[in-house]
Design a protein around this ligand. Structure first.
Ligand SMILES: [Zn+2]
Length: 305
C-alpha cells in the first residue's frame, strides 16, 4: 500500500474500497494522540487495517476516529473500526449522534438514495453510546502538541463538520469533489442538500487562513484560489439546474447539460476519470444524485418562499 505524507505528521492513502482507485482518501494524524479522519465505507475496513499496520500503528493506540460526516462513503466503516480500535472515541456532529448509535435509519435512507451502491459499501455497524461523543461548533480537540478544531459546515449534509488543524482543513464533501488531474472541483449535492448553507460554509472556510484543503475525494489541494473556484462552480451548477426547471427539463437532460458545459466534467469524460465510471454500470451516478439534490433544494426553497 502506498502511503503519502503531508508535513511531518499527516499520512494519507487511497482506500481503494471496492477496488475503486482515487475515490476515497483516508487521513491519519500523528501527534501524542493518533487520530483517523474519515474511515470510508464498511467495504474498505480490511484495507484501512492494512494501512494502519503499514504505518506501524496498533489499533489500540488510536485515540480518535473522526468523520467529517456519516454518509456511507465517509463513515460507513466507523463502527467496524471502533470495534477494533478499543481505546478510541468517535466524535461527530450532534445531529449524527443518534444515527451512529443506531444506524438503521441511515442505512435505509442510504439504500433509497444510492440503490445497490449502498450494498457495495456495506452496512454500518452500531457504535456503543459510551464511546461516541458529539462536538459543538468551535470545539477544539487536544491532540498533544496540536489541536483539531470543529467548524460546522452544513450544506452537503446538515451534520457536516470541517476539521481544522493549523493551516490544514479536512473538508469532507463541503467543497465538492476535487481531483488533481481535473484541476477544478465540482459539487456533490445529494438530496437534503441546502445551497444557501453550502455557500455560507464556503464563505466560513474562506475566513480560515488555510494552506491546504484535504479532500476526501480526493487528496490534498492547495488552498490558494481554490475557494473562489469552488464557489463559482456551485453557483454555475445551480444556475444550470434552475434553467432546467424553467425549461421543464428532466433530471437526465439537466445532467447532459452539466456534462457538456462544465469543464471538470468534460475533462473527466475525456480522461476516463474513475469518477465517471463509479461502480461500472452506475456511470455518472454521483452527478445524477447531485442533480436530484439540487432539484430537491429548489423545491423546498420555493415551498418556503
Ligand atoms: Zn457525503
Amino acid at each position: 500500500m502506498e502511503l503519502h505524507q503531508q508535513g511531518d505528521s499527516i499520512f494519507w492513502f487511497d482506500l481503494e474500497a471496492n477496488g475503486l482507485k482515487e475515490f476515497i482518501s483516508i487521513y491519519v494524524v500523528i501527534d501524542e494522540k493518533i487520530s483517523i479522519i474519515e474511515t470510508g465505507p464498511a467495504s474498505g475496513h480490511a484495507r484501512l487495517l492494512d494501512a494502519l499496520s503499514t504505518l506501524n500503528i496498533s489499533p489500540n493506540d488510536v485515540s480518535y476516529i473522526i468523520p467529517t460526516h456519516i454518509h456511507l462513503d465517509h463513515f460507513g466503516g466507523g463502527g467496524h473500526l471502533m470495534n477494533v480500535c478499543k481505546n478510541a472515541e468517535a466524535l461527530v456532529h450532534p445531529r449524527a449522534l443518534p444515527h451512529v448509535i443506531n444506524p438503521e435509519v441511515l442505512w435505509s435512507g442510504s439504500q433509497k438514495v444510492l440503490g445497490k451502491i449502498a450494498d457495495l459499501y456495506g452496512k454500518p455497524t452500531p457504535i456503543d453510546s459510551e464511546r461516541v461523543f458529539s462536538v459543538s461548533n468551535g470545539d477544539e480537540i487536544d491532540l498533544g502538541t496540536t489541536k483539531l478544531k470543529a467548524i460546522f459546515t452544513p450544506g452537503h449534509a446538515s451534520h457536516h463538520i470541517t476539521w481544522v488543524r493549523g493551516k490544514t482543513a479536512f473538508v469532507g464533501d463541503s467543497l465538492g469533489l476535487w481531483y488533481k488531474n481535473l484541476k477544478r472541483a465540482f459539487p456533490v449535492t445529494p438530496p437534503r442538500y441546502d445551497h444557501d448553507l453550502a455557500l455560507e460554509s464556503i464563505a466560513i472556510t474562506k475566513e480560515l487562513d488555510l494552506e491546504w484543503l484535504n479532500y476526501t475525494h480526493f487528496g490534498p489541494r492547495e488552498c490558494k484560489g481554490a475557494l473562489v473556484q469552488v464557489e463559482e462552480e456551485f453557483n454555475a451548477w445551480m444556475d444550470i439546474v434552475r434553467k432546467g426547471v424553467t425549461n421543464n427539463s428532466s433530471p437526465e437532460e439537466i445532467l447532459e447539460v452539466l456534462l457538456n458545459e462544465r469543464d471538470a466534467l468534460v475533462e473527466s469524460q475525456r480522461s476516463d476519470h474513475p469518477i465517471q465510471f463509479n461502480f461500472g454500470s452506475e456511470r455518472v451516478a454521483t452527478h445524477i444524485v447531485s442533480v436530484h439534490g439540487m432539484l430537491d433544494w429548489l423545491r423546498r426553497f420555493n415551498d418556503k418562499s
